[in-house]
Write a protein that binds this ligand. Structure first.
Ligand code: IMP
Length: 199
């Protein structure tokens, strides 16, 4: 089977998060008949891989096998140069059970300061994987580099947005107009690759 997705085909988005499903549907320009893993009652696999691409593939494969449908999954996070790439794939986990990102941002500030390293560069990564139920799969990755700023600025966006200024910009993702963020983000970069590869 060629790795091509026909407009209108049914696809499962491997997320239990309705916000993320909506965002993915918008980026896919509503071309597909989307259903979420949550709506189908599929189990959420444990993210046991060591890379963004590995975890995105793991989630897409699990959803494709369980549903018999083509599946799309993502995995994303913030990597800090001074911390050797942390929190990386552990970005969500650094915010703890209560998903407290002010706590996670404070932890980054403290750990970076403790290294004594002056480098404040960081990057966001988004891996996107599409898996077909009969086995084939494709994974792409988008990266956006920038610098960290403390204290956090802006109440738009989510997660680590208030401490990240993309290269060439003056506003943090937390201050920036959302459409502007969406046009330049690691997610947009990954989707551009996915589109070129299979749409
Ligand atoms: P995932 O949902 O398991 O892929 O976890 C993604 C983690 O990275 C979450 O904790 C997000 O807050 C963080 N993250 C990913 N993309 C962004 C972004 O665009 N802005 C801010 N935080 C992000």
């Amino acid at each position: 089977m060629p790795l091509i997705l026909k407009p209108g085909s049914r696809m499962v988005v491997a997320t239990h998060n309705p916000g993320k499903a909506r965002e993915l549907a918008e980026i896919l320009e509503n071309r597909f008949d989307l259903v979420t893993a949550g709506q189908l009652g599929l189990p959420e696999p444990e993210e046991t891989e060591t890379t963004f691409e590995g975890n995105a593939l793991l989630k897409a494969r699990a959803a494709a096998q369980a549903s018999g449908l083509v599946a799309l999954a993502d995995d994303s996070g913030l990597s800090v140069s001074a911390l050797g790439g942390a929190p990386g794939i552990f970005s969500a986990r650094w915010a703890g059970e209560t998903k407290d990102f002010s706590l996670a941002m404070t932890r980054i500030e403290k750990e970076v300061a403790a290294t004594g390293v002056a480098d404040r560069s960081a990057w966001f990564t988004c891996a996107l994987a599409v898996a077909w139920p009969d086995g084939p799969a494709i994974v792409v990755e988008g990266r956006l580099t920038g610098v960290l700023t403390f204290p956090p600025r802006g109440d738009r966006g989510f997660g680590y947005d208030p401490i990240f200024i993309p290269d060439g910009e003056i506003e943090t993702f937390g201050e920036m107009e959302p459409t502007r963020k969406d046009a330049m983000s690691h997610r947009a970069l990954a989707f551009a690759q996915l589109r070129a590869a299979i749409l």
